[in-house]
Design a protein around this ligand. Structure first.
Ligand code: SF4
Length: 185
């Protein structure tokens, strides 16, 4: 079956990014305007057939939770450029939840968080890792002084067994049983 332009584009740029681009294009009626300004050109047949020449498809798993659904990561020159579902994965059988369906944006989204941010007077400000750790440690210490039960520890769904063990130990040593996880399935 021949792929249409929508399919070709959406597989190249990722579903979420594509939807954003489509929304922008729709809002401004931009497609023809860009084309007439020479800002865009139709993809060549070769580019549609093989948009990432020399890329490799690598079987891996989604790391958003411990289910470990299968993903095929297409990598070109060390950069993850496209994602597909792993139809033959023994656990997920080609299925994903919404987090896994766009896992690639965890590494290439322009809006992903890359360093600690702190809200100061209503605006987000970048702070260093040392400052973030010091501030969190000092806040935890002061809350513990008031009452350890005022704090809850919420583990990540992507923790390994060993990480979960240490997380549990940390909460117990802090002095509370308020601990939970946010697994999906
Ligand atoms: S259930 Fe969702 S988040 Fe968990 S591994 Fe599968 S796709 Fe990723």
């Amino acid at each position: 079956m021949q792929r249409n332009t929508h399919d070709a584009l959406s597989t190249q740029v990722g579903r979420r990014s594509f939807l954003k681009m489509a929304a922008v294009a729709g809002a401004f009626g931009a497609t023809s305007a860009f084309a007439s300004a020479g800002a865009t050109r139709p993809a060549t047949e070769e580019e549609v057939k093989d948009p990432f020449p020399g890329s490799q498809k690598i079987k891996t798993v989604c790391t958003s939770c411990s289910v470990g659904c299968g993903i095929i990561a297409e990598v070109q020159n060390g950069v993850w450029v496209r994602q597909e579902v792993a139809q033959d994965h023994p656990i997920s059988h080609g299925g994903h939840c919404s987090k896994g369906a766009d896992m690639i944006d965890m590494v290439r989204s322009n809006v992903r968080l890359k360093y600690p941010m702190k809200k100061v007077n209503g605006a987000w400000k970048r702070i260093s890792w040392d400052t973030a750790l010091d501030e969190i440690a000092s806040k935890l210490k002061s809350l513990r002084g008031e009452s350890p039960e005022s704090t809850i520890f919420l583990g990540s769904a992507k923790m390994s067994t060993e990480q979960a063990y240490y997380f549990r130990k940390f909460a117990a040593m802090y002095g509370t049983n308020n601990i939970d996880h946010q697994a999906r399935i």
